[in-house]
Design a protein around this ligand. Structure first.
Ligand SMILES: *Cc1c(COP(=O)(O)O)cnc(C)c1O
Length: 405
């Protein structure tokens, strides 16, 4: 009983701090993205427009993807039937890994049940099984990388966010003979800023380090074939490992690493989080493959997406709604107060049929609470007008400061 009391206390502390997480219950509408039905606490429903999905391009409802998944579920059934080692390796997993290796121009790829697991398992394995290795981790790296690093118990240095000079300083202070790995992201999810990939790779090369880049928010989105920011900048060959997800722009689920054959084989052979878990459903692997192939050929979604991001920013500027400038597709609308952020999000849902999840501490620092808006190519001009109009009226009601044009 004492144990349950401890849990209750911890939960009431979360409530008091305003950090208790409430999930919005949605039913997504296929063929009508980004619309969904919202179920409130009383079980009442209302139709809403989703403005915070990571299905950035609407690929989750693209007929190329859903058609392929339907076809393969009819052909192979629902599940994989086993771990990769014991009967679970399906033809469609192998095809997907080939597709991913090709996407990032690497020798090999390995898929995991999520992007989180891929970071946790790959970093956890590489860093625990290479004697004496030191990891240099960007200060704003995602929880999945942090947990993988922590699990490995290797020596860890944090470099200041997107700061290659600080990275160089830290590396210069360490044993030149120690093996080294630099872990960072391309697009950072909350501020939408982009790493100086080339400068970081230059430092890594200077000190003989291998590099590990999380392109989760960039795959499918940047580069002529959707290979990410490293593809766009012609830098893919500078990175030892490129990691990504199949659950965001590709619209399905799963995660992966790509890299040199020997490294991928090493993770495949030693990563507990890869070996001892049921493989992804074959239909899901086939759907993800279809999505990647489609986005390798088609830039229409990326172009329409960019245009809509620009329209959202312009509409916010016209109304004086402050948002963080950045070179990516993520539009953080800054509220700067946890309870106002939550209140605006609630009223957007109930009075305006707009769903944007509030982002509060500990996901972002106190004082930088925000609404993280992710436009898609499928939001209409009317959706954009409705969003900016609603925010404008709530900004007045909350007496929040306007941005100066
Ligand atoms: C979402 C996210 C992940 C995890 O990917 P999933 O496929 O959702 O598990 C990893 N890294 C970053 C930076 C992310 O934002």
């Amino acid at each position: 009983m004492d144990i349950l009391k401890t849990m209750e206390t911890a939960l009431s502390e979360l409530h008091e701090a305003g950090n208790y997480r409430v999930f919005a219950e949605l039913e997504r509408h296929c063929n009508d993205f980004p619309k969904a039905t919202f179920y409130d606490d009383a079980g009442e429903t209302r139709d809403v427009t989703v403005w915070c999905s990571n299905d950035y391009l609407g690929m989750g409802q693209n007929p190329v993807v859903t058609g392929r998944m339907t076809e393969i579920i009819q052909k192979c059934g629902a599940g994989a039937g086993g771990t990769r080692n014991i009967s679970g390796t399906n033809h469609y997993h192998v095809m997907l890994e080939r597709e991913l290796a090709d996407l990032h121009d690497k020798e090999a790829a390995l898929i995991f049940t999520s992007g989180y697991v891929s970071n946790w398992a790959a970093l956890g394995t590489l860093l625990s099984k290479i004697p004496g290795i030191i990891v240099y981790s960007d200060a704003l790296n995602h929880a999945s990388m942090i947990e993988g690093i922590r699990h490995s118990r290797c020596t860890k240095r944090l470099f200041r966010h997107n700061d290659p000079e600080h990275l160089a300083e830290l590396m210069a202070a360490d044993d030149p003979n120690a093996p080294k790995l630099v872990a960072f992201e391309s697009v950072y999810s909350m501020d939408g800023d982009i790493a100086p990939i080339e400068a970081i790779c230059d430092v890594a090369d200077r000190f003989g380090a291998i590099t590990y880049l999380d392109e989760v928010h960039a795959v499918g989105m940047y580069g002529p074939r959707g290979g990410g920011v490293a593809e766009r900048e012609g830098l893919m060959d500078r990175l030892t490992v490129i990691e990504g997800t199949l659950g965001k722009a590709f619209g399905v689920m799963g995660g992966y690493i790509t890299g040199p054959e020997v490294l991928v084989d090493f993770v495949r052979s030693f990563a507990s989080g890869f070996i001892f878990t049921t493989a992804l459903p074959p239909a899901l692997a086939a759907g993800a493959t279809a999505s990647i192939r489609y986005l390798k050929e088609s830039s229409a979604e990326r172009d329409a997406h960019k245009a809509n991001v620009a329209k959202v920013r312009a509409a916010l500027n016209a109304r004086g709604i402050p948002h963080m400038e950045n070179p990516s597709h993520i539009v953080p609308v800054m509220v700067g107060n946890a309870s106002k952020c939550k209140w605006i999000s609630d009223v957007l849902m109930t009075d305006f049929g707009i769903y944007v999840q509030p982002i509060n501490y500990p996901t972002v620092p106190v004082g930088t609470e925000r609404l993280r808006i992710t436009p898609t190519p499928l939001h209409t001009e009317a959706d954009i007008r409705h969003l900016s109009g609603a925010l404008c009226s709530l900004w007045s009601q909350c007496a929040l400061a306007r941005a100066v044009a």
